[in-house]
Design a protein around this ligand. Structure first.
Ligand SMILES: [Zn+2]
Length: 310
């Protein structure tokens, strides 16, 4: 942060200057959606006709092993990383949202001054409606994950209600200004339950019970392997969420603004590999996540242009 940034005039100058350091403009809507704990292989195998219309998810590497730090990374501008030369999927090609004072060879789509909070705060300072709804308790106050949001609700696992609430707020608060909207869905988190699924005792659900997770050994046991019942149960939840995505995306289509959409998972999940269940430890199946980025109401973003570093 420069000395100039500490003054009122300096802050205004920084804001003005940053508009010139980015490739995008301030008319774009953004929607970030995390399917909590959704494994990459589950996402790829699931029947997802809604999202298939917009492309195929890439295999990405999560920034952290559990909900809190993984979302903190995203709200600091670091999406899961894809090792392919693709803008936004690979921030070394072009970063979608960036906190920086630097003039980069490839301008990020959006950039905010450093030292003023995260991406959400940055959008709010620019006049965006910053609206979020989350299933997981990690988002409950005083969570740092609510920083910068002008409206936020923690709901538990209720995708249908989450979408209703968010779309209502978008209509109310975002009528005359752009939106940064965020949704964290819980259906793909253990016990992999979704609306309409029977509440009868389920051997798969029992195997993912909190009692079991809290009493797991956390020790690799090479004789153990993937629990296919649990895997299929998460896949059913993923397919349910894909069906719900239709209404969420329609809400942005109806607004008519160019909208960049990011669909990903904060981390994956072990489902019995080497005797491991859950997340919050490093394992390939915890770290690999799906990442899909597309645009509504406009042509895809132009290929990044090499600029001149200052
Ligand atoms: Zn999570």
């Amino acid at each position: 942060m420069s000395w100039l940034s500490t003054s009122v005039v300096g802050r205004a100058w920084d804001e003005w200057r940053h508009r010139d350091l980015q490739a995008g403009d301030d008319a774009e809507d953004f929607l970030l959606v995390t399917w909590d704990s959704c494994r990459y292989d589950v996402f790829c195998d699931a029947c997802t006709p809604t999202l298939d219309r917009y492309g195929s998810a890439r295999r990405a590497w999560a920034m952290a092993t559990y909900t809190l730090p993984a979302h903190q990374a995203m709200f600091a501008g670091f999406l899961p990383h894809v090792f392919e030369p693709l803008p936004f999927y690979n921030r070394f090609v072009q970063q979608l949202w960036r906190i920086s004072h630097r003039n980069l060879n490839v301008k990020p789509l959006v950039t905010f001054p450093e030292g003023r909070g995260g991406i959400v705060t940055g959008f709010r300072r620019r006049g965006y409606a910053t609206l979020g709804v989350a299933a997981m308790d990690w988002f409950a106050k005083p969570s740092p994950l609510q920083e910068g949001f002008e409206w936020f609700r923690v709901t538990g696992t209720r995708a249908r209600d989450q979408i209703d609430m968010l779309c209502e707020q978008i209509g109310r608060r975002g009528r005359r200004r752009p939106c940064f909207a965020f949704v964290n869905f819980g259906e793909t988190h253990s016990p992999f339950w979704h609306e309409g699924m029977a509440h009868v005792p389920d051997p798969g659900g029992d195997r993912m019970s909190l009692g079991r997770l809290f009493n797991a050994s956390g020790v690799r046991d090479p004789s153990q392997s993937l629990d296919h019942d649990l895997w299929r149960r998460q896949r059913r939840s993923a397919e349910y969420l894909d069906g719900q995505m239709t209404r969420l995306l329609d809400c942005f289509v109806a607004r008519g603004r160019p909208t960049t959409v990011v669909v990903t998972a904060d981390h994956g999940e072990c489902l019995g590999e080497e005797g491991l269940y859950g997340h919050a430890f490093h394992h390939e199946k915890v770290m690999e996540v799906p990442l899909l980025i597309f645009r509504l109401n406009a042509a895809p973003h132009a290929a990044p242009q090499l600029g001149r570093a200052g």
